[in-house]
Design a protein around this ligand. Structure first.
Ligand code: PGA
Length: 257
C-alpha cells in the first residue's frame, strides 16, 4: 500500500432509481460511521437522474461521501440531445466523473478521441476524471494486456498539462473481470497498475507519477479488497455490483480494518 489517500468509488451503473439511490446513500452514510473516513475517500457514481437527490442527502446529513457521474458529454452545451454536460454536473456538486468505462467503449462506440475529449471536458468543468482503461480477454491471453492498456492510457491523457495529470484518477479494469466474479489476482492488478505509473512517470515525471491514484476494478468485494490494497501501486477500487449494498461497500471503504 502507498501513501496516497485510497479512493473507493462505487459505480452504480444503470441501477437504482432516485428513491432507491436515496435509501442507499443514507444507509451508506450510517455504515461509514464505523469507518475512519479521514483515511479513505468514498465516492458514489449514481445514474444522472439520482444525482440531485444524492446531493441533497449528502449535504443535509454532512455525509463523508463524494459523488459524481458515470459519463459526461464532450461538449459544454448546445444541440446534443440526451447528453449531460460538465458544467451541469459541477452545478450539482459533483467532484468526479468516470470516463471511458469499457461499457461506454463497447456499447456506445466511444473511441480514444472521444474519451480524451471527455477527460478534457471534465477538467474544464472542474471535475476529476476517473479514466477507465483495461484489456479484453483476447489481449490478456495473447500477453498484450500491458501494451493494450497503456495505449488506452496514453490516448486518454493526450494533451493534459502537469497539473491535470497530477489530479486525474486512473482505473485499471480488465474487461474480463468486470461483472464476472472473476477478479484479477493482486499480482495481475499490481503488474498493470505499476506499468500505468511508469508510463505516467515517463511522460510527466516522478512527482505526477507519485501523486496519481491508480484504482483496480473488476469484481472487487469486501472479501478480496484488502489483498488488492496491499499492493504498492493499487490505490483504491472502482466497484460495480458490490457498491449497490451499503454494508458491503462500507466494508470495502473500511478495508483497513
Ligand atoms: P464489477 O464492476 O465490480 O461489478 O465487476 C466494476 C466496474 O465496471 O466498474
Amino acid at each position: 500500500m502507498s501513501t496516497r489517500t485510497p479512493l473507493m468509488a462505487g459505480n452504480w451503473k444503470m441501477n437504482l432509481d432516485w428513491k432507491q439511490g436515496l435509501a442507499l446513500v443514507e444507509e451508506l452514510g450510517e455504515q461509514l460511521k464505523d469507518v475512519d473516513t479521514s483515511k479513505v475517500e468514498t465516492v458514489v457514481l449514481p445514474p444522472f437522474v439520482d444525482i440531485r437527490t444524492v446531493q441533497t442527502a449528502v449535504e443535509a446529513g454532512k455525509l463523508p461521501i463524494a459523488y459524481g457521474a458515470q459519463d459526461i458529454s464532450e461538449h459544454e452545451s448546445g444541440a446534443y440531445t440526451g447528453e449531460v454536460s460538465g458544467p451541469m454536473l459541477s452545478a450539482l456538486g459533483c467532484t468526479y466523473v468516470a470516463v471511458g468505462h469499457s461499457e461506454r467503449r463497447q456499447y456506445h462506440g466511444e473511441t480514444e478521441q472521444i474519451t480524451n475529449n471527455k477527460v478534457k471536458a471534465a477538467f474544464a468543468a472542474g471535475l476529476t476524471p476517473i479514466l477507465c482503461v483495461g484489456e479484453p480477454l483476447e489481449e490478456r491471453k495473447a500477453g498484450k494486456h500491458v501494451e493494450y492498456t497503456l495505449a488506452q492510457l496514453e490516448g486518454g491523457i493526450e494533451g493534459l498539462d502537469v497539473e491535470q495529470a497530477k489530479q486525474i484518477v486512473i482505473a485499471y479494469e480488465p474487461v474480463w473481470a468486470i461483472g464476472t466474479g472473476e477478479v484479477a489476482t493482486p499480482d495481475d492488478a499490481q503488474e498493470v497498475c505499476a506499468a500505468i505509473r511508469e508510463a505516467l512517470q515517463a511522460i510527466y515525471g516522478a512527482e505526477v507519477a507519485g501523486a496519481v491514484r491508480v484504482l483496480y476494478g473488476g469484481s472487487v468485494k469486501s472479501a478480496n479488497v484488502a489483498e488488492l490494497m496491499e499492493k504498492q501501486d493499487v490505490d483504491g477500487a472502482l466497484v460495480g455490483g458490490a457498491s449497490l449494498k451499503a454494508e458491503e461497500f462500507a466494508k470495502i471503504a473500511g478495508f483497513q480494518g
